[in-house]
Design a protein around this ligand. Structure first.
Ligand code: ZN
Length: 236
């Protein structure tokens, strides 16, 4: 599977998953850059991670395409025609897709685990699990976010995480504040700074790297996660 990262809006990422004639899109953030990235290819499906406009604003620009999202978002996710329940699996050509319901950022958030016939597994996490961070709790509770992050982390150390925004550098700044003695965080800050200096994306990262450097994943319990989340909300 070839994964093409499509920068959209100010700091969103959409993803094209390309394999044996399949071309699936994770999050139709906005139409124009996605159309440009598609070129001559035809879109096979849209996998929407959650209902926020900066993730679904382009859904209706691609009529006639299967659009997947969580069943509970039926009334607010534009174009949703393939509602999913937790654990649903389906096949797009060579790609095995598994939907994980991961409430926290929103109540209908879905992470898509993608297993290609060849190559590593990926998980597309929207605004629930960010590299070195986690999404704001707009609708869910700290307990829901805790469970959702750990569910994603349990997919396996080698799995590649691709999230909905380029927030890694600022997340790592907070990670260094939360865990000043974490050497892996310091090393990652340097690596990420080099990437960003070349305007390169920091996605994806392995779950193994996240376990070492993501303070929200390292939070031992829900109370710690809740404290970190509220500290981060006020962190500059
Ligand atoms: Zn969002």
């Amino acid at each position: 599977m070839q994964v093409e990262i499509v920068p959209c809006l100010s700091d969103n990422y959409a993803y094209l998953l390309i394999d044996e004639g399949v071309c699936a899109l994770v999050d139709a953030c906005e139409a124009a850059p996605i159309r440009a990235a598609l070129g001559e290819r035809k879109l096979t499906a849209i996998l929407s991670t959650h209902h926020h406009h900066d993730h679904v604003g382009g859904n209706e620009a691609f009529p006639g395409i299967p659009i997947y999202g969580h069943r509970s978002d039926a009334d607010r996710l534009p174009g949703l025609n393939h509602p999913l329940d937790d654990g649903d699996t389906f096949q797009l050509g060579p790609l095995r897709i598994r939907a994980h319901h991961v409430p926290g950022h929103t109540l209908g958030a879905v992470a898509y685990e993608v297993t290609p016939r060849v190559g590593p597994r990926w998980v597309f996490t929207g605004d629930t699990f960010f590299l070195a961070g986690c999404g704001r709790l707009f609708e869910g509770t700290p307990a829901q976010m805790f469970t959702s992050l750990h569910r994603i982390a349990a997919l396996g150390d080698e799995v590649l995480v691709a999230c909905g925004h380029e927030y890694t550098a600022s997340n790592l700044k907070f990670a260094a504040h939360a865990e000043p003695d974490n050497e892996a965080v310091r090393a990652r800050i340097e690596a990420v700074a080099k990437l960003r200096a070349n305007n390169a994306p920091t996605v994806p990262a392995t779950i193994a790297v996240e376990k070492e450097t993501n303070p929200f994943l390292r939070a031992a319990d829900v109370a710690t996660l809740a404290r970190l989340r509220s500290e981060k909300d006020n962190f500059r």
